[in-house]
Ligand binder design. Structure first.
Ligand SMILES: [Zn+2]
Length: 250
């Protein structure tokens, strides 16, 4: 399961725990077939097919709407976790992983949903400008902008646009993630270790300027202009340890 030029490659059931920096995955787990019978309706195959399909849609929008083309995208499937992005030292190279583990449920729902795939690919894109330092608001900035990219890309794939909820298409994933970008969230509401919840202050800012909040006199700029402002700010970041405060003042 790969493109003919090897730009996109799917590795089925990657070995080991969460991949670290510069993962190396064996080429022999890239599923291939010369007949129709090897890709059956089992969970493993359905998982791979959904992940590959979602990635192709998301990759297309990255090129069309974000004007960014990855040179190489590696997708790993796994059973034992949700979704993850690894950093690579090779320019424009993405390593993203999608699992089936929603709170320990074996063979649970597939995390390869459009906004989650775009969120993980968003992390790979952001590594060009921002590190992911867990001890700093740096990681929170990463998560917030990854959610903005996830929502933005989903908006151009789902027939009715984005629902502004991370993983909103799969009820149990939606509940487990708990990130509705429409709900107001304050940066100081959460502990720094809770990067995904803390980042809701950023994704809620994006929702607020996109759709507008009349009662607060916040005008609607529309999702396109709001995306342009966000990416312009990302491009202006010169310190890879930038925090949410840098982003606010840029
Ligand atoms: Zn993330």
């Amino acid at each position: 399961m790969k493109t003919q030029n090897n730009r996109i490659r799917l590795y089925q059931q990657i070995p080991g725990p969460l991949p670290g920096f510069d993962p190396v995955w064996p080429l022999n787990i890239i599923p291939q077939t010369t007949n129709l019978s090897s890709w059956d309706n089992s969970t493993t195959w359905k998982h791979s097919i959904q992940a590959y399909h979602a990635l192709e849609k998301v990759d297309e929008k990255f090129q069309q709407k974000i004007n960014y083309q990855f040179a190489n995208i590696n997708i790993g499937t796994q059973t034992s976790f949700g979704a993850f992005a690894s950093r690579s030292s090779i320019p424009k190279t993405a390593f993203i992983v999608f699992g089936l583990d929603n709170g320990g449920i074996l063979n649970g729902p597939n995390f390869a949903l459009y906004d989650i795939v775009a969120h993980e690919l968003g992390h790979c894109y952001l590594f060009n400008n921002i590190d992911y330092d867990l001890s700093e608001p740096n990681a929170v900035l990463h998560e917030g902008i990854a959610d903005i990219i996830g929502t933005y890309v989903e908006n151009f794939i789902l027939p009715n646009g984005t629902d502004w909820i991370a993983g909103g298409e799969e009820p149990s994933i939606k509940t487990a993630i708990g990130r509705n970008h429409q709900i107001f969230s304050c940066y100081t509401d959460y502990d720094l270790t809770d990067t995904h919840q803390k980042s809701r202050a950023i994704s809620n800012w994006f929702y607020s300027i996109s759709d507008g909040i009349p009662s607060e006199n916040i005008l609607s700029l529309g999702i396109e202009q709001s995306k342009n402002i966000t990416l312009e700010a990302v491009n202006r970041i010169t310190d890879s340890k930038a925090s949410v405060y840098t982003f606010k003042n840029i």
